[in-house]
Design a protein around this ligand. Structure first.
Ligand SMILES: Cc1cc2nc3c(=O)[nH]c(=O)nc-3n(C[C@H](O)[C@H](O)[C@H](O)COP(=O)(O)O)c2cc1C
Length: 225
């Protein structure tokens, strides 16, 4: 045979054939690992969801004990609840649980979360207790991302600033009362950190406004909005 005669096409190695096979293999393994990763995450999420929920409930229970002594009510707060949705007052579009405290069935206080939406580092989750006469039984911060050494003075572990809300109420004839001192109001700010306390004072005030709007209706067994 002539040395220059080309071999038949079937015996020729197709250019790029190996490369394509390798690419398909890589894509297959990549998909497999991604799928395994997603499955692992979903399983972990499923396993940890309940313990996280329980831990959060424990924190909530302990915090509620701090803002309303258990001696002041004798009903089960966790079953005597309603849910409300009030973004303008409560800082969230999510439904909010209102825990109702009663002594021998008589209204004592309501406890509910409110979100301060304008903290230095985003939302600050607060819990407030309000006696039936509109006086604050207490306020605590549940979650925040404020700066350590500046905005985190809202934690009781750091300072007792937040304890100053207990016993406060709306002051109808003093428009500026519910502001930090720097803005002409009653509440202290922190040195070099006004944004965080300003956000909390505003949120606690709107929680009181919410209570004033709804009042005793919050103790009804029917759903409120
Ligand atoms: C890195 C950094 C972190 C800060 N973190 C906070 C904070 O968590 N809370 C806060 O109120 N101010 C924080 N500040 C200070 C604010 O920017 C602001 O200067 C301060 O709140 C005073 O506000 P005013 O000028 O309205 O009084 C931080 C500043 C810097 C540079």
């Amino acid at each position: 045979m002539d040395q220059n005669t080309p071999s038949t096409p079937s015996k020729m190695t197709r250019p790029g054939g190996n490369l394509r096979r390798k690419m398909i293999q890589s894509a297959f393994y990549l998909s497999l690992f991604t799928l395994a990763g997603i499955s692992f995450l979903l399983v972990t999420q499923h396993i940890t969801a309940e313990p996280i929920k329980q831990a959060e409930k424990q924190v909530l229970l302990k915090t509620i004990d701090q803002i309303l002594p258990t001696t002041q009510y004798n009903n089960d707060l966790f079953t005597d609840t309603i849910t409300v949705t009030s973004p303008d007052y409560l800082g969230t579009t999510d439904p909010v649980t209102i825990y109702r405290a009663r002594f021998n069935k008589k209204p004592v206080a309501v406890i509910f979360k409110v979100i301060a939406t304008n903290g230095y580092s985003g939302n600050i989750e607060i819990i407030t207790g309000i006696y039936q006469d509109g006086t604050l039984s207490g306020v605590r911060v549940l979650k925040h991302r404020e700066t350590p050494g500046l905005g985190d003075k809202i934690e009781t572990r750091k300072t007792d600033w937040v304890l100053g809300f207990s016993g406060e109420r709306l002051q109808p004839d003093q428009k500026r009362y519910w502001r930090v001192k720097k803005d002409g109001g009653h509440f202290d700010q922190f040195t070099g950190a006004t944004i965080t306390p300003r956000a909390i004072v505003k949120a606690v005030k709107t929680a009181l406004d919410f209570y004033q709007q709804n009042g005793d209706r919050l103790y009804d067994s029917t759903q409120s909005n």
